[in-house]
Design a protein around this ligand. Structure first.
Ligand code: NAD
Length: 258
């Protein structure tokens, strides 16, 4: 028997994009509690600064950075800042995401570009920037490199209103496999987590509307996914426990996609 926590992240540095709310903010608290120093990036700097102060007040280590994943220079600067203040991140959670609802016959081109730029190109560049630096810092020997991509249950289903979002999330899962193959000998594992519908800013007030309630009623368990349902899998993918797990995609959706 040992009293070492199975998913200890002591000594690890975790970079999270889109950490000003929802899942990203939740993961920041989760990883900090597991012993990691967390780099929390978002456009809403005041919110990540408040979160960093909360984590530090609780005895953790956190650095707030300004980050817009659609702006390559901003991404590079955020990683530079992480490196300068804490060190090269061992774990990158590419989490920032947006939704633009609308029937495909009427989607404005600008909305489409925003969704592609954030959910695909931004996620890609977040992973790229992290992997490049992990490799330069010796991930091949440490085998501690971890990249977690935030996919979505929408990759597994079709519905009306967010065609590009769902298609891009399906692309994210395959991108994860591509990255995993490319970086497999560089000591970096890449895995994709596909959450079910969780009440956060991204879905706004939708699930309180009649349409939203009808959608919940259509799922086998007739309920939202709880944010904490992701915790163990996130800790697993970030830690040594997943040393031989790469290129996988897991849905944690309480069966919503069944
Ligand atoms: P959220 O809106 O609370 O969080 C998304 C975060 O990304 C926000 O803080 C937002 O400001 C940030 N962001 C958006 N564009 C950005 C940019 N250009 N640069 C930096 N940050 C940016 O929603 P969430 O539910 O926490 O979403 C987190 C991730 O989980 C997203 O990738 C989303 O697609 C995915 N997801 C969410 C659900 C759900 O039901 N909540 C389900 C499946 C997948």
């Amino acid at each position: 028997m040992t009293d070492t926590p199975r998913y200890s992240l002591a000594g690890r540095i975790v970079f999270i994009s889109g950490a000003s709310s929802g899942l990203g903010a939740h993961f920041a608290r989760l990883f900090a509690a597991a012993g990691a120093a967390v780099v929390i990036g978002a456009r809403r700097v005041a919110q990540v600064e408040a979160l960093a102060a909360e984590i530090e007040a609780g005895g953790g280590r956190a650095l707030a950075v300004s980050l817009d994943v659609t702006d390559e220079a901003s991404l590079v600067a955020a990683f530079d800042s992480a490196e300068a203040h804490l060190g090269v991140p061992d774990v990158v959670v590419a989490n920032a995401g947006v939704v633009r609802e609308g029937r495909s016959t009427h989607v404005p081109a600008d909305d489409l570009r925003t969704v592609v730029d954030t959910n695909f190109t931004g996620l890609y560049l977040t992973a790229r920037e992290g992997a490049k630096r992990m490799i330069a810092a010796g991930s091949r020997d440490s085998e501690a490199g971890r990249i977690i991509l935030m996919g979505s249950v929408t990759a597994e289903m079709t519905q009306q209103g967010d065609a590009a979002y769902g298609a891009l999330k399906a692309g994210v899962a395959h991108l994860g496999r591509q990255f995993a193959r490319e970086w497999i000998r560089a000591g970096i594992n890449v895995n994709t987590v596909q959450p079910g519908y969780i009440a956060t800013e991204i879905n706004g007030g939708w699930f309180a509307t009649e349409g939203g309630k009808a959608q919940v009623a259509s799922w086998p368990r007739r309920r939202m996914t709880e944010i904490s349902a992701l915790d163990d899998m996130m800790l697993f993918f970030a830690s040594d426990a997943s040393r031989q797990v790469t290129g996988t995609t897991i849905s944690i959706d309480d069966g919503q996609s069944l």
